[in-house]
Write a protein that binds this ligand. Structure first.
Ligand code: TTP
Ligand code: MG
Length: 360
């Protein structure tokens, strides 16, 4: 008899904002948004995350910070507390993340770190869903007592179900979906909950009158494949709760990156060089914070004022470890975008980013 597969997905609640609330008592109970500087409504970056109080104002991740500011001002006019805007402290979140991952690893030895605030754990060893839930309660308890943070957990027969389940009862939730319940669990959910169905696919499905997973089941595998290609065939299995992707233990964060949207679109070489320096410093700081010493690949990103976006990457023959080495490589990759080589129309630049990969 083959033993039952049980997978958990653990995801921290309002992660960056929760860390800030924890560390600064006077923020507690207030709406909080972590992200770019709102600059009195003129700021040009985005919200990284918002705590649940700020989400009640309609603020969420990836929203322009200027919109978040407007929502905060509207709330203020209604006599509600305005949002506290905080900048991103990546080094701190990376350190908390490492400690949380260590807690999970202590209670469930096979873990895939799927992002800064989320992990999959193989709980097949628990033998039953009841025992798996006990392990997860212990993980939650440990995270709360050691880090004073809450996480939400989903338990299911595979990564797909566990991931969707962890999002069901946020914050501080625990949702168990057994294999025999998986299909029924998915049916009433909006199609957007299925990983890989983003806003574009969703819009296309809405045009076909399909909003819920249940509706999507009307399409045959062939029909899905005709419309969405290989992804379509995957949707067919996923909406039926089927997923056999493995937990990938050998975790390497694919990359560490930072980017900045400028106050004003610019082609000023000195200014851009300065900002790049600052981004490089932050990236190297995070490299150390996340327990690495070296990188081999450098990637830069450029977004022009018209949002046309380019990336360029270079992999070094030998691993490098210094800000100076990153500086040199990143600048070499970025320079052509400042002159006619890559930028014949001399379009001003809106955003630059730098990322390192192949970390060791
Ligand atoms: P999420 O887990 O998606 O969000 P969250 O932890 O803030 O909130 P939830 O309770 O709904 O899980 O992302 C984890 C962190 O990653 C988040 O705190 C900030 C960062 N992040 C961004 O910087 N930009 C983004 O667009 C998203 C979605 C997250
Ligand atoms: Mg989270």
């Amino acid at each position: 008899m083959h033993s039952m597969r049980i997978v958990a997905h653990i995801d921290m609640d309002a992660f960056y904002a929760a860390v800030e609330e924890r560390d600064t008592p006077r923020f507690r109970g207030l709406p909080l948004a972590v992200g770019a500087d709102p600059e009195g409504g003129k700021g040009r970056g985005v919200v990284s995350t918002a705590n649940y109080k700020a989400r009640e104002y309609g603020i969420h991740s990836a929203m322009p910070i200027s919109t978040a500011w407007r929502l905060s001002e509207a709330a203020r006019r209604q006599g509600k507390p305005p949002v506290v805007f905080l900048s991103v402290d990546m080094k701190k979140y990376a350190e908390v993340s490492q400690r949380v991952m260590a807690i999970i690893l202590g209670l469930a030895p096979v873990v895939e770190e799927a992002g800064i605030d989320e992990a999959y754990a193989d709980l097949s060893f628990a033998g039953s869903y009841e025992q798996a839930a006990e392990v997860c309660l212990a993980i939650k308890k440990e995270i709360l007592s050691r880090e004073r943070l809450t996480a939400s957990v989903g338990i299911g027969p595979n990564k797909l179900i566990a991931k969707i389940a962890s999002n069901e009862k946020k914050p501080d939730g625990l949702t168990v979906v057994r294999e025999e319940e998986a299909e029924a669990f998915l049916e009433p959910l909006p199609v957007r909950k299925i990983p890989g169905i983003g806003p574009k696919t969703e819009a296309e499905l809405v045009r076909l009158g399909i909003r819920l997973v249940r509706d999507l089941k009307r399409l045959s595998r062939d029909a899905l494949q005709d419309r969405f290609g290989k992804r379509g065939a995957e949707f067919y299995d996923m909406i039926r709760g089927r997923d056999d992707t493995a937990i990938q233990e050998s975790y390497e964060p694919k990359s560490i990156g930072e980017e900045e949207t400028f106050e004003q679109d610019t082609l000023d070489t000195i200014f851009i060089g300065d900002r790049l320096k600052e981004l490089n410093r932050n990236v190297i700081q995070r490299l150390a914070a996340e327990g690495f010493t070296q990188f081999r690949t450098v990637v830069v990103k450029v977004r022009y004022a018209d949002f046309e976006t380019h990336t360029r990457a270079h992999t070094l023959p030998q691993p490098a470890d210094s800000v100076a080495a990153l500086e040199f490589e990143a600048w070499k990759l970025l320079l052509p975008f400042l002159d006619r080589r890559e930028n014949p129309k001399r379009k001003p630049i809106r955003l630059i980013g730098v990322r390192i990969e192949k970390l060791q």
